[in-house]
Write a protein that binds this ligand. Structure first.
Ligand code: TYM
Length: 333
C-alpha cells in the first residue's frame, strides 16, 4: 500500500473542475491506499482572505469533501494549519529550493499578474509549502489536476536536493496521478482558460452548490461555436469549447469522449446542452444536499477534522523530527 496525499484550497466552493480533476479521483484511493487529504488554509492566505470567510469556507470545503465521498474513517481528513509539521518542513524547504526554480513557476506568474512587487512572499514560496505537505508524510502518490504538475516536479527537485545535500536517502520520489479526460476542465466562458474558483465571473464555472436551475442556465449560456458537434475527436481542433463540454459529459457519465460523439456527433449544441445539464444536475444535486446537511452540525465537522489532524500529526511528527536532525538542529528535548 502506498501513501497518498492531496490538498485543496478553501478559497471558495469547489468547482466542477476540482471535482472531476481531483476530488472524485480521491474517493476510490481511500480503499486501496493509505490516503491523506487536507484543506490547505495556509496556502489560501497567500492571497488576502477575510478571516471570518476563511473559517466558513474551510468548514464548507471539509463538508464538500465528505459529501463527495471522502469518509473520515477511511481516510485522514484534516486542516493544514492544525498540523504544525507542515510549516516546519516548509521552512527547511525554503532553504533548499533555489530562487531560479521558483522563478520558473507559471502559477506564481499567473496569480501575481503584473503586480509581482505587491504579491505576498508566501505566494512566491507557495510551492515549497506544497512540497512540505507531501514530503512530511513521505507520501509517494499525489492525485491532482493537470495544473499542479509543475509544482509536483518542483517538490521532487526539492526532495532530491535535500537528499543530495545532506547525503541521505530520506525523501522518496513523488508520482503525480493525473487522470482522465477531466484532468483540465475549462471555463464555460472561454475554452482556453481553466475553470477556477477565483474567476471573477460565476458564469465561468459550475459550483458544487449550484442548484438545478443555475446549472441549467450556466450550461445553456456556455460559450460554443455555430458548428454542430463533430463526429470524431479530430474535429475538436480549434474548438476548445466543444472539446470541453464533451469532456465534461464523458467524465460525469463515466465514459470516453468518442462514445459521447458517437451518440451526439452531428447534433447542434442545443439538444446536447440539455443532456449535459440533466447529467450534471443528477450527479451534483445529491452532493449539494449532503453538504447542506453536514453544515448543519459544524461541531461534528470540527470534531472529525480534529481527529484527522491528530492522526496526521502522528505520521508527520517523527518525519519532521528526523528532518530537523538531518539538517543539524539540536534536539529540543
Ligand atoms: P486547488 O485548490 O487550486 O485545486 C484542488 C485540485 O483541483 C484541481 N483542479 C482542477 N482539475 C481539473 N480542471 C480544473 N479546472 C481544475 N481546477 C483545479 C487541482 O489540480 C487540484 O488537484 N496547490 C493546490 C493545493 C495543494 C496540494 C498540496 C495539492 C496544496 N498542497 C499538495 C497536492 C499536494 C491547489 O491550489 O489546488
Amino acid at each position: 500500500m502506498s501513501r497518498v496525499f492531496s490538498g485543496i484550497q478553501p478559497s471558495g466552493v469547489p468547482t466542477l473542475g476540482n471535482y472531476l480533476g481531483a476530488i472524485r479521483n480521491w474517493v476510490p484511493l481511500q480503499d486501496t491506499q493509505e490516503a491523506i487529504y487536507c484543506v490547505v488554509d495556509m496556502h489560501a492566505i497567500t492571497v488576502w482572505q477575510d478571516p471570518a470567510e476563511l473559517r466558513r469556507q474551510t468548514r464548507e470545503m471539509a463538508a464538500a469533501l465528505i459529501a463527495c465521498g471522502l469518509d473520515p474513517k477511511r481516510c485522514i481528513l484534516f486542516v493544514q494549519s492544525h498540523v504544525r509539521a507542515h510549516a516546519e518542513l516548509a521552512w527547511i524547504f525554503n532553504c533548499v529550493a533555489r530562487l531560479g526554480w521558483l522563478n520558473r513557476m507559471t502559477q506564481f506568474k499567473d496569480k501575481a499578474g503584473k503586480n509581482q512587487e505587491a504579491s505576498s512572499a508566501g505566494l512566491y514560496v507557495y510551492p515549497n509549502l506544497m512540497a512540505a505537505d507531501i514530503h512530511v508524510y513521505h507520501a509517494t502518490k499525489v492525485p491532482v489536476g493537470d495544473d499542479q504538475k509543475q509544482h509536483l516536479e518542483l517538490a521532487n527537485d526539492i526532495g532530491q536536493k535535500f537528499n543530495h545535500d545532506y547525503g541521505v536517502d530520506f525523501f522518496p520520489t513523488i508520482e503525480p496521478l493525473i487522470q482522465g479526460v477531466a484532468a483540465r476542465v475549462m471555463s464555460l466562458r472561454d475554452g482556453t482558460k481553466k475553470m477556477s474558483k477565483s474567476d471573477p465571473s460565476d458564469q465561468s464555472r459550475i459550483n458544487l452548490t449550484d442548484d438545478a436551475d443555475t446549472i441549467a442556465l450556466k450550461i445553456r449560456r456556455a460559450k460554443t461555436d455555430p458548428e454542430p458537434l463533430p463526429e470524431h475527436q479530430s474535429g475538436f481542433e480549434n474548438r476548445p469549447e466543444a472539446r470541453n463540454l464533451v469532456g465534461i459529459l464523458a467524465a460525469i457519465t463515466g465514459t470516453l469522449p468518442e462514445n459521447v460523439l458517437r451518440e451526439h456527433g452531428g447534433q447542434g449544441f442545443g439538444a446536447f446542452k440539455n443532456t449535459l445539464a440533466d447529467a450534471l444536475v443528477a450527479h451534483l444535486s445529491p452532493i449539494a444536499a449532503e453538504m447542506t446537511r453536514l453544515l448543519e452540525d459544524p461541531a461534528a465537522l470540527d470534531a472529525a477534522l480534529r481527529i484527522g489532524a491528530d492522526r496526521a500529526s502522528e505520521i508527520a511528527e517523527p518525519i519532521v523530527a528526523k528532518a530537523r536532525d538531518i539538517v543539524g538542529f539540536l534536539p529540543s528535548r
